[in-house]
Ligand binder design. Structure first.
Ligand SMILES: Cc1ncc(COP(=O)(O)O)c(C=O)c1O
Length: 334
């Protein structure tokens, strides 16, 4: 199946802009650009809108009336999925990792405004309980005569990966229109790996000389290169493409997680301050701040060559700035 034949519904404000970051690029010594996927628009925007265009097409075709997914308290994916549910007349159900907080902030507040039914799971038991609980909510919906549809964590499926295959096609068109050569390296955060899997397939198709570097924002029981290889290989197979990846061909830097998933890191906070103060651009402490810290350090260490063309995928996430006001205020002098 060709990309244009994969069923898709329009949700995002696409194409998103590509901006050159002249000032910070000059400081770092690279030709730096950013793909503004924080401006995909729908439901507050971010990378998951691209995946949801494909996943919602399947959910609607399925006749879904209840849309179920999971993530952390500050999951942008959960927020955008809840918004997409509402757009297509479905009830959003979220199973979130973390106990019920006294006050809802950031993405969690937006989930509440969207009227999502929220189950909070203690982090201790999360990984054993999340799938059974999502299935239980699906069974309850089915018993009421409402067809359920479950989107797994991060929308990380071969179908969801089509979002970033099509993002690379969009980028290749934008660069061609501007007469710019393709970037040497694309840098993106890795939460579940679906975005990087899509970028790998997209680059194989449209930018074959461009390398993709993922920056992990959490640990993973199964190493990220293995998870991403499965998604990329399934996605390529879906498109009838022969390309396959071995885990050792997939570059994921794991040194920028800091204290853990969704716990701000010093480097990530410094990257947030640096980008805001040099370019007026907001990152977030869970995903993009840590990923940009990896980009800065990669240039410093020489794994990203001086003078090369670097494209950062800004995956969104700014609602998660607000719940971390205290730590970010403390670090404001950084
Ligand atoms: C802002 C932001 N960046 C990056 C990611 C990670 O994307 P992926 O799960 O495709 O690796 C997410 C996922 O929720 C996100 O919300």
């Amino acid at each position: 199946m060709k990309l244009d034949d994969v069923p898709r519904l329009s949700l995002g404000f696409l194409p998103t802009p590509v901006e050159k970051l002249e000032r910070l690029g000059a400081e770092l010594g690279v030709d730096l650009s950013v793909k503004r996927d924080d401006f995909t628009g729908f439901g507050g925007g971010g990378n998951k809108v691209r995946k949801l265009e494909f996943l919602m097409a399947e959910a609607v075709a399925h006749g879904a009336k209840v849309l179920i997914t999971t993530g952390g308290h500050q999951s942008n994916h959960a927020r955008m999925t809840a918004a997409a549910a509402r757009r297509f007349g479905m009830k959003p159900v979220l199973v979130l990792r973390g106990n019920r907080p006294p006050q809802f902030q950031g993405n969690l507040l937006l989930d509440h405004i969207l009227g999502a039914q929220i189950d909070f799971l203690d982090p201790e038991g999360y990984f054993t309980q999340v799938k059974p609980l999502m299935q239980q909510r699906a069974d309850e919906a089915a018993a009421r005569g409402e067809t359920p549809y479950i989107i797994p964590l991060g929308g990380a499926t071969a179908l969801g990966a089509m979002g970033y295959v099509s993002a690379v096609r969009e980028l290749a068109d934008q660069y061609a229109a501007l007469g710019r050569p393709a970037p040497d390296t694309i840098v993106a955060p890795v939460g579940t790996g679906g975005t990087v899997a899509g970028l790998l397939i997209g680059c194989a198709l449209y930018w074959p000389r461009t390398a993709v570097v993922g920056i992990a924002v959490s640990g993973s029981a199964v190493p990220f290169p293995e998870r991403i290889a499965v998604l990329a290989n399934d996605g390529a197979a879906m498109l009838g493409e022969a390309r396959r990846w071995k885990p050792d061909e997939i570059s994921v830097e794991s040194g920028y997680v800091g204290p853990g998933y969704a716990i701000p890191s010093d480097d990530g906070n410094a990257a947030i301050m640096r980008l805001a103060r040099s370019e007026g651009l907001f990152l977030d402490p869970v995903y993009t701040g840590k990923a940009f810290a990896g980009l800065i350090d990669g240039v410093k260490r020489g794994t990203i060559a001086k003078g090369s063309r670097v494209l950062f995928i800004h995956c969104g996430g700014s609602p998660a700035l607000y719940p971390f006001a205290e730590v970010l205020t403390r670090d404001a002098g950084a």
